[in-house]
Design a protein around this ligand. Sequence first.
Ligand code: RNT
Ligand code: ZN
Length: 422
Amino acid sequence: MKERIETLYNIATKKYEELGIDTEGVLRNLQKIPLSIHCWQGDDVGGFEKPNAKLSGGGILATGNYLGKANTIQELQQDFEKVMSLVPGENHRWNLHSSYGDFGGKFIERNEFSPEHFQGWIEWAKENKVKLDLNSTLFSHPKANDGFTLSSKSKAIREFWIEHVQRCREISAEIGKKLGDPCIHNLWIPDGSKDIPVDRMGHRQLLKESLDDILGKKYSNSVMKDSLEGKLFGIGSEAFVVGSHEFYLSYAIANKIMVTIDTGHFHPTESVGDKISAIMPFLPELMLHISRGLRWDSDHVVIVSDDLIQLFEEIIRSQALERIHLGLDFFDPSINRIGAWVIGARATKKALLYALLQPIEILKEYEENGQNFQRLALLEELKILPFGAIWDYFCLTNDVPVGIKWIKEIEDYEINVLKERI
Ligand code: RNT
Ligand code: ZN
């Protein structure tokens, strides 16, 4: 088996060499590109607060009831370790939501979360050699039930959430300090309305004031970095989303922080790839939530789609990879959750590899010479180069299952681990 993979790889390498592509160099590069893997695929965005929060409101919805959901931090960690054993490459990160803290079985209000609730995660991260990112959690909570949080007209509601986000930033700084690597703090809020509002401006002004207040406290970039995630619409916020892409992009540029582009948060005909070269000249760094929008949903399991490939092609061609943080964001409880996680993570790496294996210089030269037939013809030929052989070799050298072999691993894990869970 090993020999066959190596033989096919060697043949494939020759094909790429003809176009001046050094597959070894590409794989060395791919090896180190971090993915920030989201924790919430493991338990349908449930978290570990007491009483156990159920995902509600906020325009996001997890549908499905497959067996084996992680019920405890230990189970979620065990699942993540399984995921990591099936995804090739190094430097992976783990993206937490604040609701996944270790609250010791007690009820802790969100404006009382503190670094002590994340010490366990920090220790675990050290043991597993992963870095951590964090998200504030402004949904699935009674104080978010009327659809507004940081942009609420109620001062008391705003103050509660401002305090929550301030605490999450403090926790992020602590994580970054302890792990010696900046923790990205992402902020997404559900604020919006189902039907046509008349005071869009009022809510946006309040959101701006809340953000100014929150970001008034400065942390060194070496411990934490802020990012703001916009959205077009959600379930129950079809007519209006306060934190739209334009709002946060403007805010981020004015305040020199990051935005998070969730690939499921745009109109289905809009190209997210096209946004890279439009945004990168103005922002220092960018965070991605790689997702798959499908009709009204933004969170289907990521697959190797044309959209995903175009996104990575644009990142590579814009030479922006070093300034872009790749995070995943999807949740599907209707199939084996660990399998879903691995499909999405492997698809992301595959699409990235596909984009890295391209003769950009030749394509650019064609373009600059006005040889547009040649440009299109070469782009078409690239699609049938033996890319799969390079991917298999990458998995082999990383000691993760090659090809469809990992499916069996998930089946075994389901029988031996997931079925035992309540
Ligand atoms: C929601 C946003 C957000 C969430 C996570 C759970 O539409 O994409 O990033 O998916 O915070
Ligand atoms: Zn997202």
